[in-house]
Write a protein that binds this ligand. Structure first.
Ligand code: SF4
Length: 261
């Protein structure tokens, strides 16, 4: 018999987001940008790339091209020189020039705050449109990337087989007060705590709420080999140390990591 995915209640989801809010009251994207246009370019470049890698490329790029007009004037070839370190850069360069041209021709050089118009731009899909609507225009949209997809399924917050199903589940279960920031909280949680290969469950602020069946345990401290202990004991018995220095080097065990989201 097929088992249904376990799902959090709305109250549990509310408690989870409230803890995320306590840990990070004003979560923000880690992509560098200065306005809706530079955000749109940065998000377009970020597909299958890290925010750090994108920031490294957009730093110098935005110094010479931070408007659609300047980007079109820069041209695809020169733009490629700035973003070569990012995966799929040829295609991305083509899309950035294409969307910049379309913004000039159809939107007076402005980024539209409208999903349909955003998705009509070259290289802009639902996920990119959601990020821009959320981060640049404050809309309560949730862009389901790889981190949010994983966290939503593992925790039982919004289990789903596709990003669209997860997005719909998150919109249903997230209390209205948390919708605006849910996207950034979930990304940060997935990136730094509920990591893909080794989730840091012992340090997780929501582990008592999370329904994941394979939570990780604290790494046990390796016991000192018996032989080593015996040798040390013999040495100390034969020549007891009385110096201040040797007593001062005895340290208490390190405190365990605190919750981090
Ligand atoms: S307890 Fe583990 S699996 Fe659950 S959310 Fe926290 S890090 Fe992720």
């Amino acid at each position: 018999m097929r088992t249904m995915p376990r799902k959090l209640t709305k109250a549990a989801a509310g408690e989870m987001f409230s803890r995320f809010r306590d840990a990070a009251p004003a979560p923000a994207t880690e992509l560098n940008y200065k306005d809706p246009y530079t955000l749109l370019v940065a998000v377009t470049l970020s597909a299958q790339a890290t925010d750090v890698g994108v920031n490294r490329a957009t730093g110098p790029l935005f110094k010479v091209a931070d408007t659609p007009e300047k980007m079109v004037a820069l041209g695809e070839e020169k733009l490629g020189g700035y973003i070569k370190t990012i995966g799929l850069w040829r295609n991305k360069a083509k899309n950035v020039i294409g969307l910049s041209r379309m913004l000039i021709e159809e939107h007076g050089g402005e980024v539209p705050a409208d999903r349909e118009l955003l998705e009509a731009l070259p290289g802009v899909g639902r996920k990119t449109a959601n990020v821009v609507l959320n981060v640049a225009f404050g809309r309560p949209t949730i862009a389901v990337d790889t981190h949010i997809f994983r966290v939503s399924n593992r925790t039982g917050l919004a289990p789903g087989k596709t990003p669209l199903a997860v997005e719909a589940g998150l919109e249903r279960i997230t209390p209205a007060a948390f919708l605006r920031d849910a996207h950034n909280w979930l990304i940060l949680h997935g990136r730094y705590v509920c990591k893909a290969r080794a989730p840091d469950c012992p340090a997780c602020a929501v582990s008592d709420i999370c329904l994941y069946r394979e939570k990780t345990s604290p790494t046990p401290t390796a016991p000192a080999p018996a032989a080593k202990k015996r040798k040390a004991a013999t040495r100390s018995a034969a020549k007891p140390s009385t110096s201040k220095r040797s007593r001062a080097t005895t340290r208490p065990a390190r405190a365990s990591a605190t919750a981090a989201t």
